[in-house]
Ligand binder design. Structure first.
Ligand code: HAM
Length: 424
């Protein structure tokens, strides 16, 4: 036997034991987004590296150390997308979507890639679902985004969530704040982590997102952005908070929430759960009014969020039975080789005309083994068909729940299930 080839660290196979839950959840997300007027957008899995370094920011952890990047044969630097906002904005600009409508509501469910240390709820290939609303500068658009994010979890029965919210203000507020932050941090410069020392000169706000214990301790006394918001920024944030409050959505103001990506301005938020281990962020997002222009488009205000699907599934698995039960409504037991053609054509009719899930035997097992297989699949009925049944043009139908048996004409089988059992 040759050596086994295993998957890459931080990636996972989706196996049948979980695929049903994934499909159901994805389908709920698709319906939910459609209900809110959002349209699906799908962008390529890899892009020019520059798209991400420009949008997410050169000094962020994502761009600095987590991207899967390589040079193509022609020397172009390419990257597996670490998130979708940059790609969606690239596509929005390139395809002139802004000309089609003053407001574009877009959503996605797709893979992203970050070279992080794998742990529960953190993978190197993971799935994000999210929305981006491009066109409205108003607080009600921010609220729509938070509302959709929070209602999805609510609808799926996930409880004990916290919505953390902040405003990092406009560029002018942030410039003022940045000065005070640098003044404060310079007093502790020697104690800061190496990366934060560097960021003190290049991108001081990034330091607020540091994971280093030393930095976190120094930051406890640091000035807060909320004290530096200008009048407009403050009014805008208050309007968002008021509307959320009117809708009964409770939030926790967290003045330290700056998020790990550079494109934000104004409102930022995250939804957290204490039930998924160390990786508590279920979803995060905020406003990014400058990004479209920054990527070559016309100035367009925008706001959105993205959520980790694996983290959501972890929570759903706690609530749900994930067994792939009821793979088949009907199991067709073929007793002789001559039964195969009949068995396939009966299955076709039942699937196509009545939408019944049907499995046919292909392993040529004994009747007993096939009955066992039907039970394992939780089939409600078995249809037995062999030489004798073909001769008499009648199959035996066994109700697996009460054990009763009846005969039905082969040609009449759809009526039998369609009418007698009101099968759906
Ligand atoms: P983000 O906070 O980097 O934001 O990621 C959003 C969500 O993706 C996280 O809250 C988490 O649930 C999930 N996630 C991130 N990294 C991993 C990982 N390694 N393994 C599993 N799940 C992970 C963004 O990506 C922004 N694009 C959000 C956004 C959209 N802002 C505006 N629009």
């Amino acid at each position: 036997m040759s050596d086994q080839i295993r998957n890459i660290k931080g990636t996972k196979d989706l196996l049948p034991s979980e695929s049903r839950l994934w499909l159901e959840t994805e389908s709920i997300i698709h319906n939910f987004m459609t209900l809110h007027g959002y349209s699906l957008i799908r962008t390529p899995i890899f892009e020019k590296t520059e798209l991400f370094s420009r949008s997410i920011g050169q000094e962020t952890d994502i761009v600095n150390k987590e991207m899967y990047t390589w040079d193509d044969i022609d020397g172009t630097s390419l990257t597996l997308r670490p998130e979708l906002t940059a790609s969606v904005v690239r596509s929005f600009v390139q395809n002139h979507l802004g000309n089609l409508s003053p407001l574009n509501r877009l959503y996605y469910i797709d893979s992203s890639f970050r070279r992080e240390r794998p742990q529960k709820g953190r993978q190197r290939q993971f799935t994000q679902f999210g929305i981006e609303a491009l066109g409205s500068p108003n607080p009600e658009q921010d609220v729509e985004i938070i509302l959709i994010a929070s209602r999805i979890y609510e609808m799926l029965g996930i409880e004990d969530l916290e919505i953390h919210i902040n405003s990092i203000g406009s560029t002018s507020s942030r410039t003022q704040y940045s000065k005070s932050l640098v003044e404060y941090l310079e007093r502790y410069e020697n104690e800061l982590s190496d990366i934060s020392k560097k960021r003190l000169r290049t991108n001081p706000l990034r330091i607020l997102d540091s994971k280093s214990d030393k930095d976190i301790k120094i930051l406890t006394e640091a000035p807060l952005i909320s004290n530096y918001l200008n009048k407009n920024d403050r009014k805008n944030f208050d309007d968002i908070l008021k509307l959320l409050d009117d809708l009964g959505i409770s939030t926790i103001k967290n003045p330290k929430l700056v998020r790990g990506l550079d494109y934000y301005n104004g409102m930022t938020f995250e939804i957290l759960s204490n039930n998924i281990g160390a990786q508590s962020a279920l979803c995060g997002g905020g406003r990014y009014d400058k990004l479209v222009e920054y990527l070559g488009g016309k100035s367009t205000p925008a706001v959105g969020f993205a959520a980790g699907l694996e983290r959501l599934i972890l929570l759903l698995k706690e609530n749900k039975d994930t067994n792939p039960l009821n793979q088949a409504d009907i199991y067709i037991i073929a007793l002789d080789e001559s039964a195969n053609a009949y068995s396939f054509s009966i299955a076709d009719k039942l699937r196509n005309k009545l939408g019944i899930k049907v499995i046919c035997e292909t392993l040529r097992r004994s009747m007993k083994a096939q009955l066992r297989e039907a039970n394992k699949n939780n089939a409600k009925f078995t249809i037995l068909i062999g030489d004798d049944e073909i001769k008499s043009n009648q199959v035996i139908i066994k109700n697996m729940e009460d054990g009763t048996q009846t005969n039905a004409l082969i040609d009449d089988i759809e009526n039998y299930f369609g009418v007698d059992y009101e099968y759906k």
